[in-house]
Design a protein around this ligand. Structure first.
Ligand SMILES: Cc1ncc(COP(=O)(O)O)c(C=O)c1O
Length: 489
């Protein structure tokens, strides 16, 4: 059935009126910047308008944005939905800010994205990290389990929230429903990062979505797998434990007052497309991914895991639209395969890590494109044109003890020391490669030799480290505030 698109309709109706603009944006429907028009075409400028009564306001929507948000909520089975124009990052942070006051405890997987870690700085919440199991064969972290959560809840008490990733970048999902039920019996709020799960709603063969499991909130990257434009995401709200006003307030703390109508309209249109054809799209995506996985597993030296990895706990469910390929059998690292595919075959993967490369299969993918990937992988396996043969490092290090809250570490005094000299001290910055944006070293953790060795190994791969103080990563910031340093003794 054809779906309504209230925001897109309002925007087109406004464009039609040919109103004389004495408001911002200052390019005045593109006329002020020929260079914009030359690349993007006049249409983009004419649709890039500011908030006004007939187009509604993102910070307190009452008409067309609200209608479109309501349609999104209906599609995902939530009570409310909030549009976001600063990616899922702002949704993750708004979820944490609206639930946790400074000093309140939140359980979180240690392989959470930096947006969640930064949410801890903003809110002052205290993370109780869980180290997920590690799959040696694939070289990836799995997800956290109900047992691990239960253990912390029973040991610590006073837990405000549990933060989950559904699924991880590598498609691995936890036993979400059981975790939600367990937490709700104890009035613990469940927040879900669904940056990689905006499509879960559209097939019973995908892991259960956060809203279907009854979670309180979920931040979904519609721009990643839902078809909308980069940066456009949504926060889904379904809580009986938290008031929606707290969520609105938290969103408005950081969300712009000049949200892009191009981005918001893309949410309106992507939602309509998903409502009309989402099930067919993702059935096709699943068929394509399964076929590609089977073909890749016929190639010497490569392994793309599938449902054979399910273990009922830390790998409870698998999102098969994530095609994760391990090239260790070719004596290549994932970084090298990633580079080789891009530079030699013009194939851009989502990410390369030590042991894996990842392809995300989504709405716009075709069998032809997947065939190109399969052909390139066959060629690499047979001929290794990139001459990479570095092998991989032994293993991923255990992270150090979280001795300071991320917020305390953020505001602490710091000095810069050489990497070797930082061992045994408290991290004054987080170190990560992006993507995936998961800290190798997190703010406030004790720095271990294993972590430094691992950073040195990765440095040799010439990957760029996101947001580290020293771009060359010869040195690192450590905490010097006396009262914190004394905690080390
Ligand atoms: C697991 C996870 N959470 C959150 C985010 C942040 O999403 P966004 O880039 O839309 O801000 C990402 C981005 O890659 C992610 O991988």
């Amino acid at each position: 059935m054809k779906q309504p698109t209230p925001l897109a309709d309002a925007l087109l109706a406004y464009e039609e009126k040919n109103v004389v603009p004495f408001d911002v944006p200052g390019h005045k429907r593109g006329k002020g910047c020929e260079k914009l028009n030359a690349i993007f075409g006049e249409r983009l400028g004419s649709l890039d308008v500011n908030s006004m009564k007939c187009l509604d306001y993102v910070n307190h929507p009452v008409s067309v944005i609200k209608e479109s948000e309501n349609l999104l909520a209906e599609l995902y089975g939530s009570k409310e939905a909030f549009f976001l124009v600063n990616g899922t990052t702002s949704g993750v942070q708004a979820m944490i800010l609206s639930v946790c006051q400074p000093g309140e405890k939140i359980i979180m997987p240690r392989n959470a994205h930096k947006s969640a870690m930064n949410g801890l700085i903003l809110s002052g919440a205290i993370p109780l990290y869980i180290a997920p199991d590690y799959d040696e064969e694939m070289g990836i972290s799995l997800n956290i389990t109900l047992e691990q959560i239960r253990e912390i809840v029973e040991m610590e008490g006073g837990i405000k929230a549990v933060f989950l990733i559904n699924p991880t970048y590598f498609g691995i999902a936890s036993e979400l429903k059981a975790i939600v039920d367990y937490c709700h019996e104890r009035d613990i709020v469940v927040l879900v990062d669904e940056a990689h799960g905006a499509h879960l709603n559209f097939s019973d063969e995908l892991p259960m979505s956060a809203m279907a499991a009854g979670a309180d909130m979920s931040a979904i990257s519609l721009h990643k797998t839902g078809g909308s434009m980069t940066q456009s995401s949504a926060l889904l709200f379904n809580s009986n434990l938290i008031h929606h006003d707290a969520v609105r307030q938290a969103i408005n703390l950081t969300q712009t007052t000049s949200a892009s109508y191009i981005l918001m309209t893309s949410l309106d249109l992507a939602r309509a497309e998903l409502a009309e054809n989402g099930k067919e799209h993702f059935e096709r995506m699943l068929d394509l991914s399964r076929w590609a996985r089977t073909e890749i597993n016929k190639i010497d030296g490569l392994y793309a895991y599938g449902e054979e990895k399910l273990n009922g706990k830390s790998f409870y469910a698998f999102d098969e639209t994530k095609l994760v390929i391990n090239p260790s059998g070719l004596h290549m690292s994932g970084f090298e395969l990633y580079e080789c595919l891009r530079d030699t075959y013009k194939i851009q993967m989502e990410l390369g890590e030590i042991f894996t490369v990842l392809a995300i299969i989504s709405l716009g993918d075709t069998k032809e494109n997947l065939q190109k990937l399969i052909d390139a992988l066959k060629d690499i396996s047979e001929n290794n044109p990139c001459r990479f043969l570095s092998g991989t490092c032994e293993e991923i290090p255990m992270f150090g003890e979280q001795i300071l809250s991320p917020r305390d570490a953020f505001y602490a005094k710091k000095e810069v020391v050489l990497l070797d000299e930082s061992i045994g001290r408290i991290a004054g910055e987080s170190i990560m490669i992006y993507p995936p944006g998961i800290p190798i070293l997190a703010l406030g953790e004790v720095i271990t030799k294993e972590v430094i060795d691992y950073i040195c190994y990765i440095k040799k791969k010439e990957v760029s480290f996101a947001s580290s103080y020293d771009e060359t990563l010869e040195s690192i910031k450590v905490v010097t505030t006396k009262k914190y340093v004394e905690k080390l003794r």
